[in-house]
Ligand binder design. Structure first.
Ligand code: 5AD
Ligand code: SF4
Ligand code: FES
Length: 360
């Protein structure tokens, strides 16, 4: 037993969340290798060997916001802007559905040409095309409670809105004046509207301290999130943070392990940003406790223009090709891709049965 496990009162029973104090002790004292082992074990005890798949559709790269870190921020005039029409999105989703995918993530910038009504119709069409079998996750930015309710009524199942950083001052600076308080209020609205709720943060942002990184994990725990996505900040050359330094991937690997121990039931993706920073970034996140992968179904012609950070992987491959690639990548980790919907564990048994005829 490590010193910390002893100090924290022994090894936690499989799948039991660590307390904030235990997380703090591990954050400051436990070597990465041991954290990864603990996170990986915790993940397996709750989620088994399955790695859930989510098909990503980056439907618009127009954005009215100006987050300092983001490559598609409004003021970056070098971006070739696009907006994918509903027919084409539906085609991409259909290809994913035929390959067995049962969750689609609709992600985009804050684009007023894609108002809530239009997104609602898209959700309805995806639900119709998949005979109600597929879950729809939305990642469409900050909205009012009424708008979240409309999106839920249209059939949306889950909503992702990262809080980005738990430091209120840093948050305001990086998000161009928008407050952490408002972000957290939006997350409350998302929950109130009835969505399975996801959030997350970046690691290695300029101005971030050790304490911020720890607080990111504690905030995710406090919010009792169903899904938490984290990844390394990667400076984009066409943003005000172009000259910021690149922190090592290890920070994000430790982040995943601690998150897993803080929220054993959460769905935690091995993110594309991790795989873009280092070739085995996603695999390392899975070893540390991530249980989700997100093949990108965005039509290849548009993928390169959704450049939040440089070096993004899978630009020339279709999402369908990525599924085969991912299946090979998880094998050596003794994990298996799963085509289940993979709803929040707290809803287990509701609509989450294995898909008969789902292709493996
Ligand atoms: N590096 C890494 N992640 C980024 N994101 C935005 N810009 C960057 C960047 N430069 C993340 C944010 C956002 C998500 C969609 O992508 O966390 O919420
Ligand atoms: Fe827009 Fe999201 Fe990028 Fe911020 S992070 S500029 S809201 S796309
Ligand atoms: Fe996309 Fe490997 S996951 S090419």
């Amino acid at each position: 037993m490590s010193e910390i496990n002893r100090a924290a009162g022994g090894i936690a029973p499989a799948g039991k969340a660590l307390s904030p104090e235990e997380i703090r002790l591990h954050y400051y004292n436990t070597p990465t290798e041991e954290l990864v082992r603990m996170g990986g074990e915790c993940c397996r005890s709750v989620h088994g060997p399955d790695v859930l798949l989510r098909g990503l559709l980056e439907y618009t790269n127009y954005c009215s916001s100006n987050c300092l870190y983001c490559g598609i921020r409004h003021d970056n005039s070098n971006v070739q802007r696009y907006r994918i029409d509903e027919d084409m999105l539906l085609e991409a989703a259909r290809a994913g559905f035929d390959r067995g995918l049962r969750t689609f993530v609709i992600q985009g910038g804050e684009d007023s040409e894609y108002p809530v009504d239009r997104i609602c119709r898209l959700i309805e069409r995806i639900k119709e095309m998949t005979r109600g079998e597929a879950a729809v996750t939305l990642s469409c930015g900050m909205r009012s409670l009424d708008q979240y309710r409309s999106l839920k009524r249209a059939g949306g199942d889950r909503y992702l809105l990262r809080f980005e950083t738990s430091d209120p001052e840093l948050h305001r600076y990086l998000r161009n004046g928008s407050s952490l308080e408002k972000r957290l209020e939006a997350l409350e609205y998302i929950r109130e509207a009835g969505f399975q709720t996801g959030s997350g943060f970046m690691l290695g942002l300029p101005g971030e301290s050790d304490e911020t990184r720890l607080n990111n994990i504690l905030l995710a725990q406090q919010l009792r999130l169903d899904m938490v996505g984290i990844g390394p900040f990667i400076p984009h050359p066409e943003t005000p943070l172009a000259e910021a330094s690149q922190e090592d991937i290890e920070m994000s690997i430790r982040g995943v392990a601690l998150l897993r121990l803080a929220l054993p039931e959460a769905h935690i993706p091995a993110t594309t940003a991790a795989g873009s920073l280092v070739p085995d970034g996603r695999e390392r996140m899975i070893s540390a406790g991530a249980n989700v992968l997100m093949p990108n179904l965005t039509p290849v012609t548009f993928k390169k223009d959704y450049e939040l950070y440089p070096g993004k992987i899978c630009l020339d491959e279709s999402g369908i090709q990525c599924i085969s690639c991912l299946s090979l990548r998880v094998k050596p980790l003794e994990r298996e891709l799963s085509f289940r919907r993979g709803d929040a564990v707290r809803l287990a048994g509701s609509a989450d049965s294995p898909v008969p005829g789902g292709v493996r």
